[in-house]
Design a protein around this ligand. Structure first.
Ligand code: HEM
Length: 504
């Protein structure tokens, strides 16, 4: 046998061993799950961008209806998919301290310290300071700013309907999402309605294209932090750092509105070192240095969540309202009645009275959770409730919002759009973790109330002027594209807008 052939066989054998050595992990623990294939594990369709990871998790959730947990391999990394809602509650709430990290870390210079991916120390400190942005008094103070951005959106739609018979909904909502988060949180006019300004679309493409560095990290954990690599492109980090620079220039001349997120970020910048305060008697105070990289990370997560999620929830809601005219009429009637009661004036207080609108939001989020999974890293060996199974430190846990929220055990006729499922009585009857779109527990979505505000204001403004109708190019069933970070429709969602009498 030639030396070349021997070397070749040795290398192939070594690679085969290396990329399959974990594949007995779940079998050895008696956990059922799909058979992995070398190198890819159960991730081959995700790797080749043929399937969104959120849809893979949902399919696996459906394939094992009798199991509380399912063992799978993301590339070579053992990952436990939790199906049982009591275990979900244990992981996210009851034993949170043992599951407090999401387990994906990358270059801190390139957005890695954003609150979503931050380690538990940074998370505890930043959450303490940033929570102040999401209080009812701040929302009330920001209401007019957000309402004026929704007015701009309605004006844009109005002009668009004069030119075209159908609106391509998602790109339109993307402009509103970007505009409202940039003005509402940072006080910066991004000017997304200007045809010559493609910043919003450039950022969207850069942020939402899934990076292969994710797979690299799954194969070789720790590589991204070690080599200062990021899952988001450098130009996105640059944009976020520029926002911080603009903020610091405005701060130097005291020109920042104190109700904005930017004001809190600049306060942290001025302090330099910040702490978590005393969280509990048996936990010591945590401290961190606030650099511009840390602050840029927070700009990033607010921007991504504020434009990306908001544009999708608006699009999905319009789609279902067009297909379900009864629900649309009920929502419009409520908007009209509440505004009439408030003398035609739209305010934060009026919005709070629109309960059906809130149910439309919840049902849209049930049918279309935007995140692929709610993820936690196991911090210590721990037994899972209701099983004799001990899960080992450093394993990744995934929960499938899409799987749970389309399970007819919790939501009969799951493919039907029925906002009434979210009446207070119906919500009380369900397990709290049957709704996973915003996670749960101390690491749940920090911006949920802000997202509801952005959505609510926009819907009231749009439906005070228009009704939405099915159009000839509208798809009958939405499928999810594998090539975007958030769960996004593969198809363009075309809708028709018909004018009605204006109320506000
Ligand atoms: C429809 C809109 C939104 C959806 C569906 C959504 C969804 C989520 C989900 C699923 C998580 C992870 C929860 C968990 O792991 O338990 C999360 C975390 C987070 N969200 Fe949202 N989000 C939305 C809007 C927003 C907005 C508008 C903001 C800020 C302006 C925001 C800021 C955050 C932050 C900072 C975290 C990380 C929290 C932490 O790890 O401590 N989100 N979001």
């Amino acid at each position: 046998m030639s030396i070349y052939l021997l070397t070749f066989i040795t290398i192939v054998s070594f690679l085969y061993y290396f990329f399959t050595k974990n594949f007995n992990y779940w079998k050895a623990r008696n956990v059922k799950g799909p058979t992995p294939i070398p190198f890819f594990g159960n991730y081959i369709d995700v790797f080749f961008r043929r399937k969104h990871v959120g849809m893979l998790f949902s399919e696996l959730y459906n394939q094992y209806p009798d199991e509380k947990v399912v063992g799978l391999y993301r590339m070579t990394a053992p990952t436990l998919l939790i199906r049982d809602l009591d275990i979900v509650k244990q992981v996210l709430i009851k034993d949170f301290d043992s599951f407090s990290d999401r387990g994906l870390h990358y270059s801190k210079k390139q957005l890695g310290d954003n609150l979503f991916h931050a380690d538990v120390t940074v998370m505890k400190i930043l959450r303490k300071h940033l929570t102040s942005v999401f209080t009812p008094s701040k929302f009330k103070a920001n209401f007019e700013v957000l309402a004026s951005r929704a007015d701009k959106f309605v004006e844009y739609l109005d002009n668009a309907t004069l030119k075209e018979s159908e609106i391509n909904t998602l790109p339109a909502f993307r402009k509103y999402g970007a505009d409202s988060i940039m003005m509402g949180a940072f006080g910066i006019d991004m000017d997304p309605y200007n045809d010559d300004n493609d910043l919003c679309d450039l950022l969207d493409a850069a942020i939402q294209t899934p990076s292969y560095f994710l797979e690299l990290e799954l194969l070789f954990p720790g590589t991204l932090s070690k080599y200062n690599l990021s899952i988001f492109p450098e130009n996105v980090a640059k944009f976020c750092k520029q926002i911080i620079q603009i903020g610091s220039q405005l701060d130097a001349v005291s020109k920042i509105d104190q109700n904005r997120t930017m004001d809190v970020l600049m306060g942290l910048r001025r302090e330099g070192n910040v702490s978590s305060g005393k969280i509990s008697d048996d936990q010591k105070e945590l401290c961190m240095k606030v650099t511009d990289d840390v602050l840029a990370g927070q700009v990033f997560i607010f921007y991504l969540a504020g434009y990306g999620n908001t544009s999708l929830v608006g699009t999905y809601a319009m789609y279902h309202l067009a297909k379900n005219s009864d629900a649309q009429e009920k929502m419009i009637q409520e908007i009209d009645e509440v505004l009439r009661k408030h003398g035609g004036k739209f305010s934060y207080e009026a919005l709070k009275e629109m309960n059906y609108l809130q149910m439309v939001f919840d049902e849209t989020m049930r049918m279309h959770p935007l995140t692929n999974s709610v993820t936690r890293n196991v911090g210590r060996d721990i037994q899972l409730d209701g099983t004799d199974f001990v899960i080992k430190k450093d394993t990744t846990i995934s929960i499938s919002p899409y799987g749970i929220q389309h399970d007819e055990k919790y939501y009969p006729e799951p493919e039907e759009f029925k906002p009434e499922r979210f009446s207070p009585e119906n919500v009380k009857r369900r397990h709290p973790c049957a709704m996973m779109s915003f996670g749960h527990g101390p690491r749940s979505c920090l911006g949920l109330k802000f997202a509801q505000l952005q959505f609510g204001i926009c819907m009231v403004k749009v439906f005070s002027k228009f009704r939405v109708e099915c159009s000839k190019n509208m798809v009958d069933k939405i499928t999810i594209t594998p090539t975007r970070l958030l769960l996004t429709p593969s198809e363009n969602i075309y809708l028709r807008l018909a004018r009605r009498d204006t109320l506000c």
